[in-house]
Design a protein around this ligand. Sequence first.
Ligand code: HEC
Ligand code: HEC
Ligand code: HEC
Ligand code: HEC
Ligand code: HEC
Ligand code: HEC
Ligand code: HEC
Ligand code: HEC
Ligand code: HEC
Length: 283
Amino acid sequence: MGARVPRWWAQRTPPEKRHFVARTGLIVLAVVVLVAVPAYLALRPAFLERFPDYETVYLTWHESTHAEVSCQRCHVDPGLVPQAWYGVRMLGEFYVALLPTSRQPDLLGVPTNEACDRCHTDLVTVSPSGDLRIPHRAHVEMLSMECVECHDYVVHEVNDAGTHTPTMESCLTCHDGEVAKSDCVACHIDKDPPDTHLSADWVFEHAVAVDDSCNSCHEWTERWCADCHAIRPDSHGEDCRAQHRFRVEERRNCEACHTGEFCIRCHGLVPSLNYDSALRRVR
Ligand code: HEC
Ligand code: HEC
Ligand code: HEC
Ligand code: HEC
Ligand code: HEC
Ligand code: HEC
Ligand code: HEC
Ligand code: HEC
Ligand code: HEC
């Protein structure tokens, strides 16, 4: 009996009971010190920051709208058993981390729909901006899609436009005009082509109509001018070599699609084009 106990306690309590209480107390203390506290620490997202592979994802998570949602809420199935098993494994990781090793644990799975559904049950059919139709149920329930197939940028990354929202490219893998509709207004409420486009001569006229307003519909592809201009136009018939001189005279702007080097290939120097930069055409 090393430890001192209060006199009243020693007098009133039989020795067996005193030992029992002391032993239980020690066990509880041991569980708290060796299990509960480490588990609490290991289950906090900050614990994962120490592992090189999780350093970046930790920081991006910390900045995200989901910074209040711990990693395992998304990355571990919501069931009691998988969550408890994750806790047990993290407890192990806590002790392994005390050793001088550089182990990288592999504990986080790809988030499942069940994980997201815990908080998001009321899914929209139109985006918050009001421009985009997105029938969630049709894709998730009927087509059995995973949330992360579209929402892969939601936490740790931004897309090319700098946002966490799904990209148009990710839709077009299916919405190619065959598997699913590809016309702009199938998805976009406000992108009906303007009346200018109805002109039979639009492909000819567009060149002078170009201004910043075109971007609101066309900037989804960075190279939309150049990509289309790489397609040989109808105006270049089989007799193109003989006829192109007349098209130059007809005030056509060859630079829209050709650089000077192209003409030099055959002409040795850039032919005099009499280019009018204000009209963006050749006189
Ligand atoms: C709101 C849900 C959510 C939370 C919370 C969350 N993630 Fe993620 N995480 C995702 C999604 C979605 C992906 C992308 C999955 C995909 O595209 O396959 C992802 C991807 C990852 C990846 C793979 C990244 C890659 O580049 O391959 C890792 C690792 C990861 N998360 C770790 C973490 C860690 C660590 C935390 C906590 C600090 C965390 N995540 C919190 C949803 C979440
Ligand atoms: C533990 C709850 C929880 C889980 C799990 C969760 N979210 Fe969220 N989610 C939220 C909260 C809270 C917000 C912020 C709502 C707000 O600010 O209006 C949010 C916002 C969003 C938004 C709106 C855009 C944004 O960044 O604010 C999207 C999209 C989203 N979550 C997708 C997902 C996906 C996909 C998953 C599964 C990988 C998921 N969430 C898992 C709670 C959760
Ligand atoms: C077919 C692609 C696709 C799938 C699959 C998908 N979403 Fe979305 N989701 C979108 C698009 C697109 C938006 C609108 C984003 C925007 O604001 O531009 C969106 C918006 C959201 C929002 C934000 C709504 C708001 O008011 O801010 C939440 C939350 C969300 N989705 C959750 C989910 C969850 C949970 C799943 C899985 C059950 C899921 N989504 C599956 C494409 C998808
Ligand atoms: C895995 C393939 C797939 C992906 C990816 C996908 N969809 Fe779909 N979507 C479909 C199919 C299939 C239909 C039903 C056939 C149809 O309407 O053409 C559909 C229907 C739709 C419809 C209803 C069209 C109508 O008028 O009936 C909208 C709107 C839509 N998707 C938007 C989106 C958006 C936005 C995205 C990207 C964020 C997306 N989809 C990604 C397969 C997909
Ligand atoms: C299958 C659905 C779908 C189809 C079809 C579609 N888009 Fe998109 N589009 C999207 C999604 C999703 C985004 C990303 C929305 C965001 O970032 O908020 C987007 C973004 C855009 C943007 C940039 C954001 C904005 O609203 O200004 C433009 C421009 C655009 N689309 C134009 C078009 C044009 C033009 C067509 C027809 C050739 C088209 N889209 C067809 C789904 C679609
Ligand atoms: C409100 C949306 C919107 C605006 C603004 C817009 N366009 Fe378009 N444009 C479209 C759509 C939709 C198409 C058809 C695309 C498709 O089906 O792939 C299109 C097609 C085109 C085409 C191809 C025509 C063809 O026959 O293949 C050209 C060239 C074009 N636009 C140029 C322009 C120019 C130049 C401007 C600016 C003055 C402009 N657009 C502004 C929506 C728009
Ligand atoms: C759908 C395909 C398409 C797109 C997109 C497109 N163009 Fe064109 N463009 C053409 C075709 C085809 C011609 C050739 C017309 C001809 O000479 O028969 C042309 C010709 C031109 C010309 C020369 C006109 C002339 O005098 O012959 C200019 C300048 C031009 N485009 C500018 C642009 C710009 C700037 C953009 C993007 C903002 C753009 N185009 C987008 C198809 C396109
Ligand atoms: C809309 C884009 C566009 C415009 C505008 C355009 N071209 Fe072309 N041109 C092409 C493409 C695409 C090719 C095929 C290039 C290749 O095969 O490398 C081509 C090929 C040619 C050729 C080679 C023909 C052959 O059979 O080998 C000549 C010559 C030519 N263009 C002259 C002109 C002249 C002169 C103008 C201006 C009056 C002009 N082009 C305007 C797109 C354009
Ligand atoms: C594939 C070879 C080839 C290319 C590329 C080519 N040309 Fe020509 N070009 C010719 C030939 C051959 C003639 C003579 C045709 C004739 O008179 O029958 C000619 C004649 C001309 C003429 C009239 C004679 C002159 O020298 O003034 C002009 C103008 C002209 N080309 C402009 C262009 C321009 C502008 C380009 C670049 C956009 C171009 N050519 C690219 C082969 C080419």
